[in-house]
Ligand binder design. Structure first.
Ligand code: GLU
Length: 422
């Protein structure tokens, strides 16, 4: 049977990992071909009136890879790299992420190809509302439930929710997650991805018999994922020696003052670390990825650890906070030098697990305390890490392969049970 491939690095990586795991599991060709395709791919054009009066038409996407286990779930990103293939790759990743996490969702992903840092708030609002209106037919608490992703957050979610609610003439808070606490969101959701990444990192240390007090770490990215990853690691005793964002990489062998880094981004209109070397009393280095440390947490974007960069990494352990930060070439180089990696769809699943908590509260009309939310999240993350770690040890495979196989198996079983429609 013809197998799919793509010019897009993320999609070809996702497909190759899927085919590799499927072959190792002996998955039937029927299931291989069903699961290597997305159920639905939607492309929308988004005309937006810019602040100077001109009209620009943006491209928006929403892909539903699988709804076998439940409504398709996944974020909406704003980035110049967004296209259909990227969304498809990330939607497939969401299917495995939700399956592995044990939450009743399928996988989806959406995005808008734009340069969000160079748009005004009003332009972003018009763009987001138009996108929300155009994908409205897809959305529903039992159909497709978006969330924030790269360069989006609670504000974008409220714009989409408000647009859809006005179109439908009724309130439907459970059609998306990542809402602010003041408007049907949940305590804990904002920090959930970073808390999950850090929890995974701490469990990883435990599995390696390392005490957090003796560990040094570098965190790439200081957005929603990286900032809370660094904070939670730091609170657990880990010395975070390097952090970064698009303004540069900051290094302090004695440990970065994470509280000060939060102060800097809170006071910066674009939430950036501009000028942190002075305030944080640290030095600027070329690249956080090559910092002298034991654990590396890439929490920025995909493809950063690749053929050119992998060989220069000093860390021995990597926890993937971002989606797809290591390319297959990077993976091979790291593997040959004995670096152990916790894969993205295990490490950063705290975000979507937290989304599930928010959705479940919305459906029930409940509001949990932050403590309840965090305790549940930490418990699930620890269990899931252990599950994959033990499976990888038992089968003598890498964690990525172990996690992919476990995730695919659950989806494949349900597809088989549900059967093909007519
Ligand atoms: N964007 C996050 C992810 O990639 C969260 C998705 C969600 O909560 O639906 O996992």
């Amino acid at each position: 049977m013809q197998r799919r491939n793509s010019q897009n690095v993320l999609l070809s990586t996702a497909l190759n990992e899927f085919y590799g795991a499927a072959d190792e599991m002996g998955l039937s060709e029927k299931l291989v071909s069903i699961l290597s395709h997305s159920e639905r791919r939607v492309h929308v054009s988004l005309p937006v009136e810019m602040d100077d009066g001109s009209v620009q038409v943006f491209d928006g996407y929403r892909v539903q890879h699988s709804t076998a286990l439940g409504p398709s779930k996944g974020g909406i990103r704003y980035d110049l790299g967004v296209d259909m293939d990227e969304c498809e790759a990330l939607a497939m990743l969401m299917t495995w992420k939700c399956s592995l996490a044990g939450i009743p969702y399928g996988g989806g992903k959406g995005g808008i190809c734009c340069d969000p840092l160079n748009m005004s708030k009003r332009e972003k609002e018009r763009l987001t509302r138009t996108y929300g209106a155009r994908i409205e037919p897809l959305l529903g608490r039992w159909n497709d439930v978006p969330a924030p992703d790269m360069n989006s957050g609670s504000q974008e979610m409220v714009w989409i929710l408000d647009t859809v609610c006005k179109m439908r003439g009724k309130l439907e808070p459970a059609i998306l997650t990542g809402k602010p606490v003041t408007y049907w969101g949940s305590f804990g959701r904002n920090e959930a991805t970073g808390r999950g990444v850090a929890t995974c990192g701490l469990e990883f240390m435990k599995a390696l018999n390392k005490h957090p007090d003796t560990v040094t770490a570098a965190v790439q990215g200081f957005g929603n994922v990286g900032s809370y990853t660094a904070k939670v690691l730091n609170e657990a005793g880990v010395k975070v020696v390097a952090i970064s964002d698009i303004t540069g990489s900051y290094y302090s062998p004695g440990g970065i003052d994470i509280r000060k880094a939060f102060e800097v981004i809170h006071n910066n209109p674009k939430k950036l670390l501009t000028g942190f070397e002075q305030i944080g009393n640290c030095e600027k280095i070329d690249d956080v990825l090559f910092a002298d440390c034991e654990f590396l947490f890439p929490c920025a974007r995909d493809g950063v650890i690749n053929y050119d960069t992998a060989g220069k990494i000093k860390a021995r352990y990597i926890v993937e906070g971002a989606n797809g930060p290591v390319t297959p070439e990077g993976d091979k180089i790291l593997d040959e030098s004995g670096v152990v990696i916790v894969p993205d769809f295990l490490a950063n699943s705290g975000g979507v697990i937290g989304s599930y908590f928010e959705w479940a509260q919305n459906l029930q009309g409940e509001f949990w305390s932050e403590e309840e939310y965090n305790n549940k999240l930490i418990k699930i993350m620890k269990n899931n890490f252990r599950l994959v770690w033990d499976y990888a040890e038992a089968k003598h495979v890498k964690m990525r392969r172990a996690a992919t196989m476990a995730a695919i198996q659950k989806v494949a079983d349900v597809v088989e049970m549900r059967g093909i429609f007519l």
